[in-house]
Design a protein around this ligand. Structure first.
Ligand code: PMP
Length: 364
């Protein structure tokens, strides 16, 4: 069998090996069912247990309050860029505020503008998205339909250490690249959504956690598949859901609960992993340069450049040669990026750290 490498891909990203092994073991015949999870009805007793456990696991890990729906939807996080304003902005008679701290927030704002009056309450594009705003920089409309943030900008590696104070407007958050990476207080959010393919499972499913009263405001003139209220009433089974992806969400969250117990423990490991890499960057005497400012550095995505850009290609090639894969940075930031979601083991980050130290020594 081909050897597995340490996969630093930003997404679809590394999955926990025990979850993959369990899926492999049961792929041809699920215990008690005799068929693959891909071959059973989404209304079967077996699949009902799978989707209910996936939801229960998420509720437990994130301490999701009772008055929130947990939905498993399709269309990725970018579908939510459209559905949020369709449901909360288009008929509201209000505007919506977007705090734009990176590429994904910018895309979310552009999508919202197709549905109504969406505006940037902050935009860090002038510093190539390397920071989060001070409270005094936010130009918030107290009457906004909602305020949208991207808790972790996957490309720029900029993460809000805590939620910004946005007053009384519902806070809507794209948490695609840091959900389950550390604990959050869900009660502070109107909607928290995340595509699965970084920290929750494979691509194909998107988790939407939405407060019941906000879902209930969905306008009547939307097709059912785009209305949060209908999707919630249908328990994510109004149409055929991505059954295999939801099954993997169950296995990944089972693993999280088994291996770490809670997100506090997971966060400790994530802080340790990201800290190792930032220490190398900071201690490199300018050989490696970070992208994000120190007060908002992501624990999930660590983008960095080599001061001598001619060394980018040899760095990536040599890293690949020793089993450290998918470290190329996004073209808008350049250089390298280590995505170190929950499933990246500490040993993988240690191997990258040692490689970086060695590469700097040889090429300084
Ligand atoms: N938001 C963030 C923060 C992301 O990292 C990504 C994917 N990289 C997206 C949105 C888009 O996700 P999808 O491809 O599932 O639409």
């Amino acid at each position: 069998m081909e050897k597995r490498v340490y996969n630093f891909s930003p997404g679809p990203a590394a999955l926990p090996l025990p979850a993959l092994e369990e899926a492999q073991r049961d792929l041809l015949a699920m215990p008690g069912a005799g068929v693959s999870v891909m071959e059973m009805s989404h209304r079967s007793k077996q699949f009902t247990a799978i989707i209910e456990t996936a939801e229960a696991n998420l509720r437990k890990l994130l301490a999701i309050p009772e008055n929130y729906h947990v939905l498993f939807l399709q269309g990725g996080a970018q579908m939510q860029f459209g559905m949020v304003p369709m449901n909360l902005l288009r008929n509201s008679g209000k505007s919506a505020d977007y705090i734009v701290t990176g590429t994904w927030g910018k895309k979310a704002l552009a999508a919202a503008k197709t549905q109504g009056d969406a505006r940037a309450a902050f935009d860090a594009s002038d510093t190539n998205f390397n920071r989060i705003p001070e409270a005094s920089e936010l130009e918030l409309d107290p009457n906004a339909a909602y305020v949208h943030i991207t808790s972790n900008e996957t490309i720029q590696g900029v993460q809000f250490p805590t939620e910004p104070d946005v007053g009384d407007a519902p806070l809507v958050c794209d948490s695609s690249s840091d959900i389950l990476g550390w604990p959050v207080d869900v009660s502070k959010y109107g909607i928290l959504y995340a595509c699965a393919q970084k920290n929750v499972g494979p691509s194909g499913v998107t988790v939407v956690i939405i407060r019941e009263d906000l879902a209930a405001e969905s306008p009547a003139d939307l097709p059912p598949m785009l209305r949060y209220q209908d999707l919630a009433a249908g328990k994510s089974l109004m149409n055929t859901p991505p059954t295999f992806a939801i099954y993997m969400v169950k296995l990944v969250t089972d693993w999280l609960l088994r291996e770490f117990g809670d997100l506090e423990k997971m966060a400790e490991v994530n802080r340790k992993k990201s800290g190792m890499l930032y220490d190398v960057i900071d201690g490199s005497g300018g050989f490696y340069l970070p992208h994000a400012q120190a007060n908002c550095r992501s624990i999930m995505n660590v983008p960095f450049r080599l001061a001598n850009a001619d060394l980018d290609a040899p760095f990536l090639e040599e890293a690949g040669g020793v089993g450290l894969a998918a470290l190329k940075g996004h073209r808008s930031v350049g250089g390298c990026r280590a995505s170190i979601y929950n499933a990246m083991p500490v040993e993988g980050v240690e191997a990258l750290r040692d490689f970086m130290l060695d590469f700097a020594k040889k090429n300084a």
